[in-house]
Write a protein that binds this ligand. Structure first.
Ligand code: PRP
Length: 212
């Protein structure tokens, strides 16, 4: 039996959509186990191994080759700039990264503070705008920062817009659209090309994309 194809799947809200897509592509990953705390799930009959990873860490597992393939948000790929191949836009979990803050607050003061869990994306964006800013890195609940006076703006994911609305914040600029991508380790891409090509082909059919 060849070594299983290992896929790093994002835990949490993207998992169900990503697993659903794999299911439609003929890879049956939807089991009762998804509710368990197990982090490694084996599917010997399909020669697949699933690693349940934090979305921000999927790219790390794929870059180091501990996973051959991963499903990662474009937000993570932009922020981390890792050595992995991005082979398919799966179109799932659409959202965008935006600049937001309290309403009617022009960015006037020198080096305004920008709270974000995307320091690179935020720094790149404001550099392109010619704005000098100070980044305040946070890990979550970013919307707190302008409410308590820690930051003038946030750079964060907007999905439904509910978090901004319920915290009285408004969007100032959209930075970039985000969807989940299929990523591949460059060595696996060569060594397991048959299995990986087949998976890309099946997923492409499901999402209605032509394989290049
Ligand atoms: C994300 C993001 C926003 C929220 C946007 O946070 O950082 O806070 O979702 O979604 P919405 O537009 O549908 O309200 P997440 O729930 O991942 O948690 P976090 O605050 O810990 O980052």
């Amino acid at each position: 039996m060849p070594k299983p194809l290992t896929i790093a799947m994002p835990k949490g809200r993207i998992f169900e959509e990503a697993a659903g897509l794999m299911q439609q592509a003929g890879y049956d990953l939807l089991t009762d186990q998804e509710d368990s705390r197990k982090l490694i799930l084996d599917f010997p009959e399909q020669n697949l191994r699933i690693m349940m990873a934090k979305p921000m860490d999927v790219v790390t597992y794929v870059e180091y080759g501990t996973a051959d393939i991963g499903i990662a948000g474009k937000d993570v790929l932009l922020e981390q700039d890792r050595d992995v191949y991005e082979v398919l836009d799966l179109g799932i979990s659409p959202c965008y990264i935006a600049v937001a803050g309290l309403p009617d607050q022009p960015l006037s003061r020198i080096a305004p503070k920008i709270a974000t869990k995307y320091p690179k994306v935020a720094a790149d964006y404001f550099r392109e705008q010619g704005e000098q800013i100070e980044i305040i890195p946070l890990n979550g609940s970013i919307e707190l920062a302008p409410l308590i006076g820690l930051a003038d703006r946030i750079v964060d994911i907007v999905s439904t817009g509910r978090t901004l609305r319920e915290n009285g914040l408004v969007e100032y600029e959209k930075i970039t659209e985000i969807t989940s991508r299929l990523i591949v380790n460059p060595v696996s891409f060569r060594l397991k090309s048959d299995e990986i090509d087949e998976m890309v082909r099946q997923l492409s059919i499901v999402i209605g994309e032509e394989v290049k």
